[in-house]
Design a protein around this ligand. Structure first.
Ligand SMILES: NC(=O)c1ccc[n+]([C@@H]2O[C@H](COP(=O)([O-])OP(=O)(O)OC[C@H]3O[C@@H](n4cnc5c(N)ncnc54)[C@H](OP(=O)(O)O)[C@@H]3O)[C@@H](O)[C@H]2O)c1
Length: 243
């Protein structure tokens, strides 16, 4: 049976992704910092979808552990989905390096570290799919979240390059560019309902992208055009806007 590894598995999006792939018959490997929190999800997935569900400890910031983490999995997953991320507080991150470092290392360095490792395994096996959840925030730096946005910009560029590099190894790389999504990350923000997706929309979008071999997905189609407009606002106007 095909299997999927979900990195950052306690997040709302990850839970929806795990349920979607399980409902389509995939065995599920969940990886998160605190695996106790995954117990009830795992047994629920197993009972509902009759697939195997296992949980593993994983810390995106413990870069040195990533290769061992993958080598110690009972089986190499067919699909690896990198979901973890950290929004942080932009103003605190400007003032305190520890917060800036956490934003950069969670969204960029940690993701690159673990995806480098899995891509080497996939290259050897000449198969596999890698999905990275980046963000539209990476498409243009804005005053409200440019620490997070710049780390996601790096991650988006990394995924693009990885896709290009892995094509000849028969490995597919999907970049996911969500706009707003209702999750724990955004629970303190006021989001425009019409522009905001549910975690289940992300899960369905990722499943369809993997199945149809898509390269870049925005989930809600209009975000592609919103970002096209935002990217093209002249800098002398953009710098005066409060975005
Ligand atoms: N929500 C949005 O509007 C939105 C929009 C665009 C992109 N995204 C991206 O979507 C992804 C999922 O986010 P979400 O909205 O579902 O947010 P979330 O619920 O806050 O999930 C973030 C997850 O990342 C995990 N994480 C953070 N640091 C980690 C580390 N060092 N090691 C392992 N796991 C770590 C957290 O683990 P714990 O549970 O242990 O804290 C949490 O489960 C993120 O990459 C985010 O940047 C979100």
């Amino acid at each position: 049976m095909a299997s999927v590894l979900i990195l950052g598995a306690a997040s709302d999006m990850a839970v929806a992704i795990a349920r979607k792939f399980a409902s389509e018959g995939y065995d599920i490997q969940l990886a998160a910092r605190n695996i106790k929190r995954l117990d009830s999800l795992c047994s629920d997935i197993h009972i509902r979808s009759n697939v195997s569900c296992t949980a593993f400890e994983f810390d995106a910031l413990n870069f040195q552990s990533h290769r061992n983490f993958l080598n110690n999995l009972p089986s190499i997953p067919d699909i690896t989905i990198c979901v973890f991320g950290y929004l942080g507080d932009n103003e605190i991150a400007r003032e305190q390096w520890q917060e800036a470092e956490r934003v950069i290392h969670t969204n960029y360095t940690g993701a690159v570290s673990v995806l480098n490792a899995i891509s080497l395994i996939y290259a050897k096996e000449q198969r596999g799919t890698i999905v990275g959840i980046s963000s539209v925030a990476g498409e243009r730096g804005r005053q409200s979240n440019f620490m997070y946005g710049s780390a996601k910009a790096g991650f988006t560029a990394y995924l693009s390059g990885l896709r290009n590099r892995m094509f000849k190894e028969n490995v597919h790389v999907v970049s996911v560019q969500p706009g707003f999504v209702y999750t724990r990350m955004t629970e303190n923000l006021t989001l425009p309902p019409l522009l905001t997706a549910m975690p289940e929309d992300i899960a369905n979008g990722i499943y369809n992208a993997v199945k149809s071999g898509k390269n870049v997905v925005y989930i809600k189609w209009f975000w592609r055009y919103i970002m096209l407009i935002i990217r093209n606002i002249p800098e002398f106007i953009f710098k005066k806007l409060k975005l």
